[in-house]
Design a protein around this ligand. Structure first.
Ligand code: HT7
Ligand code: ZN
Length: 848
């Protein structure tokens, strides 16, 4: 498949009014009978269907008659019926295809996971099931018959009948093939019901393997909350009689929003206090919501083509972020989202894989399910909302649903509803969708005669294929804090549209401190001269929780980058952070976020952005040293927090309880730097929940004294795949960097390193990539180990290999010796015979 270009979009020259599938399931030789009701366009054109060599075609008929083979062409990716063989009136095309789900290790199309037949069709998986116009703008109704002896047979839409090994499903809502799904297996359900606000009764089921029911209740609660929230906040109701969720162990991503039949990675469904952490619970709640919200933003309104992916993903991430903010702490959620954005999207934007939220070319669409499409796509919507206001946003969304229900839409359609609903011209704003790169916003301040002037400049560094960038619209939320710590000007959103622009605040009595980019009002990097005393002032007094946290973060980064360069620093930070940690008025989760030092990757990013080549070992030492100094300086306070931030009673994953645990764990992590791990040892033995056990284990592993805890965890949970994934991951992630690669090698040699399972593979390889100084070991061993495994995985599951190759995306910023090792590793992958399109595209972009 050659490079795909946005500019080449053409509508499909046929109309498809219904798809009927009849599937007889078997590990080998599954029979897929497909009937497509087609109508040709006016001009005679060939009928080109997607579907490659993996489909064994038994018969091809038009209106019951076999198509003359002379008119049929096949290549590796398509089947073509020449125009001469097609009727000029509506006709039915019937195919009989055989496939082997048992051999499908790529988990794309129909495959088997632990004896469960299931499908993954986004983005282009349906073409591995049958010949089809596998593109999102071809939407039709599906009627599906499933035949199997397995007890549970599910597909999209409403059940029509189920008896004697045959189940029929009818989906009345037209949909593209990527939303098709089927599941068949020995499954049991946790069931409930929901009545929509217009009175439709909906049966809800979360299907899991027998024995897992007692860990599916939280997923069901989350689903019900999501359904209610989408009615209350967006006025969106569910539109079928049944909503099914199925958990499977082998899944390439987190979950999939198939119409009425969401399929989930089991790690995002199954949770109990002894197996899942608070973070797992919060993520399950958010992903259940995300997939449910897709029913409107993605399914009822889908994407015209895959270039528009952020139309559904950015909006749905934005909606799930709003949902979590409403259910939990909005301030904490915003800080967490910004941390994720910086760690994943800013990193992507600074390296060779940078691309716009709406790319205009790709080779392999699966490589574009990225932080830029998802998280930056959500940030762009946040900016739109800030610019048009809450009312304008609500009007625009109502118009979007009214105007585009049933459509396969574009980013242009999306922006047009905002223009029409609010009267605003969004031509310049559109650059956020079409341009890659993170703008650098520079601020200079002047104070004269009671007027504070903020002079901003914006500049976006070149990214692959986009050397020059024009100015964007940047909403900059600003408030002013007076010298006594009171707010003298509440938040005001400045709209920057030029390369340089000044904004003045007049009539001020004394010089205030500007609190800039409140709420992280735009996804930019702010550069501003500020001394540590002023940062500490904002950390103490800012009324905007994000800006307050950010002041502490800047203080920490300022200390850490100086320490990593060999300078002496950190005293201001240590004093300020002690005051905040001891502020009993502040939310414990907020205090925990402030106490957690920036990670090594983030420090490296900051150093690189300010022109210093990051030294992973020096960064590791600097961070460990500062953590130790904080612990020494505040040991009484930290010990008190550790002792008092307990949560009485039975475990609950709610925000308040999780907040207390997060502060307790933050204290534990720091105390572990000076108590030799004694508290962690005790906590690991007595904690009744996985959150505290994992935190304790991380402390012990960092100190090289985790063996007995690891043994205990293994003895207790050897049969629990999800806990064992944690067991694999944390050993490498929390290992002293000099041991990380050796540990990874030892773990990879174990018989229970079931590497073809994406979760297990990600646990180990992702664990190593997350150990910054371990992955970037000076001898190149981290790179070599990772490259070896990527090559092995590529032959089995190209999506996973390509995705994990992003461990290398920052390689150009390191020293020459590391760069040589990384380039060698990437070149070794590039030269592998038979390398998949997925990994080839990623590696060639990284070494371009
Ligand atoms: N829309 C879903 C994306 C997805 C996916 C993409 C490529 C390969 C496998 C996949 N599994 C799921 C998930 C979502 O964003 O909601
Ligand atoms: Zn999504």
């Amino acid at each position: 498949q050659p490079v795909q270009h946005l500019a080449d979009y053409r509508p499909w020259p046929f109309t498809l009014s219904q798809t009927r599938l009849d599937v007889t399931l078997a590990p080998r030789d599954t029979v897929v009978l497909t009937e497509l009701d087609l109508e040709p366009s006016d001009l005679p054109v060939d009928l080109v269907l997607d579907g490659g060599a993996g489909l064994r075609l038994q018969s091809l008929r038009i209106d019951g008659l076999t198509v003359d083979p002379a008119h049929v062409l096949r290549d590796d990716e398509t089947l073509t019926i020449r125009a001469a063989a097609l009727p000029r009136v509506p006709f039915t095309l019937a195919t009989d295809v055989r496939i082997d789900p048992q051999d499908n290790t790529a988990f794309e199309g129909l495959y088997l996971s632990g004896g469960i037949f299931c499908t993954q069709c986004e983005a282009e998986g349906f073409r591995h099931i049958t010949f089809y116009p596998d593109r999102p703008d071809v939407m039709t109704t599906f009627r599906v018959t499933l035949r199997s002896d397995l007890p549970v047979l599910l597909s999209n839409g409403n059940p029509v009948r189920a008896q004697d090994g045959v189940a029929e499903w009818n989906d009345p809502w037209p949909k593209p093939a990527y939303l098709f799904a089927l599941v068949a297996g020995n499954l049991v359900a946790v069931s409930d019901s929901f009545t929509t606000r217009s009175g439709r009764a909906v049966d809800l089921n979360v299907w899991v393997r027998p024995g897992d029911q007692d860990r599916a209740g939280f997923a069901m609660e989350s689903l019900i909350k999501s359904m209610r929230w989408d009615e209350d906040v967006y006025g969106r109701e569910y539109d079928l009689d049944v909503f099914n969720i199925v958990a499977v162990d082998d899944f390439n991503m987190g979950a999939m929003e198939n119409k009425g039949l969401n399929i989930f990675n089991s790690k995002l469904v199954l949770a109990s206090p002894d197996t899942a952490t608070d973070g797992d619970y919060e993520r399950i709640e958010a992903v259940i919501a995300h997939e449910y919200f897709h029913n409107w933003t993605g399914n009822r309104i889908t994407c015209r083509d895959w270039f528009q992916l952020c139309l559904k993903e950015g909006l749905t991430v934005f909606r799930d972020q709003q949902f979590t903010s409403d259910l939990r702490s909005a301030a904490v959620k915003r800080i967490e989202d910004v941390q994720t954005l910086r760690a994943r999207q800013f990193r992507e934007d600074q390296g060779p894989l940078a691309h716009p939220p709406r790319p205009d070319r790709y080779e392999e669409i699966n490589n574009f399910y990225t932080a830029t499409v998802y998280e930056k796509g959500a940030e762009v919507i946040g900016m739109l909302k800030r610019l048009v206001g809450d009312d304008g946003y609500a009007r625009a969304l109502d118009l979007y649903f009214d105007r585009h229900d049933g459509d396969a839409a574009t980013i242009e359609d999306w922006l047009k509803v905002f223009e029409d609903a609010t009267g605003r011209d969004l031509a310049q704003f559109k650059r956020w969708y079409t341009d890659a790169g993170t703008p650098v916003l520079t601020l200079q301040e002047t104070w004269q005669d009671g007027t504070l002037t903020l002079d901003f400049t914006q500049q976006t560094p070149p990214t692959p294929g986009q050397p020059d960038k024009l100015a964007r619209v940047i909403p900059i939320a600003v408030g002013l804090i007076g010298p006594n710590g009171d707010e003298v000007a509440p938040t005001r959103v400045l709209e920057m549209t030029e390369d340089r622009q000044s904004f003045s605040f007049e009539g001020l009595g004394a010089r205030p401190v500007a609190s800039v980019l409140r709420g992280f009002s735009a996804p930019v990097m702010l550069q501003r001269q500020m001394d540590d005393a002023t940062r500490a002032f904002l950390l103490a007094h800012d009324t905007d929780p994000f800006a307050r946290w950010e002041a502490g973060r800047e203080l920490a980064l300022s200390a850490l980058t100086q320490l990593a360069r060999g300078a002496d620093a950190g005293d201001d930070y240590i004093t300020a952070i002690g005051a905040l940690a001891g502020d009993a008025e502040a939310d414990p989760a907020f205090r925990a976020l402030c106490l957690n030092l920036p990670g090594e990757e983030e420090i490296a990013t900051r150093l690189a952005a300010t022109g210093t080549t990051p030294d992973p070992d020096a960064i590791h030492q600097a961070r460990a040293g500062l953590a130790r100094r904080i612990a020494m300086a505040h040991q009484d306070l930290l010990a008190e927090l550790y002792d008092t931030m307990t949560v009485p009673g039975a475990y609950s994953p709610d925000a308040d309880a999780a907040a207390r645990r997060s502060l307790r764990i933050a204290a534990l992590g720091l105390l572990g730097r000076i108590d030799g791990g004694d508290r962690a040892e005790v906590l690991f033995g007595i904690a009744g929940n996985m959150t505290e056990r994992m935190a304790a284990l991380a402390v012990l592993l960092r100190l090289g004294r985790g063996d007995s805890a690891l043994r205990m965890l293994h003895d207790e949970f050897a049969d629990n795949r999800l806990v064992m994934d944690k067991w694999f991951g944390i050993q490498v992630m929390a290992a002293p960097p000099s041991d990380a690669v050796a540990f990874a090698e030892r773990l990879a040699a174990r018989p229970d390193f079931d590497w073809k399972n994406p979760n297990r593979f990600r646990a180990l390889l992702g664990g190593l990539a997350a150990n910054h100084a371990g992955f970037h070991a000076a001898d190149g061993s981290g790179y070599a180990f990772t490259a070896d495994w990527l090559m092995r995985m590529d032959a089995v599951n190209p999506q996973i290999a390509a995705r994990m190759s992003t461990a290398f995306e920052t390689w150009p910023r390191y020293d020459a010796a590391r760069r040589d090792h990384a380039r060698n590793a990437l070149e070794r992958i590039a030269s592998l015979a038979g390398l998949s399109r997925n990994t080839r595209e990623m590696v060639s972009r990284m070494i371009a």
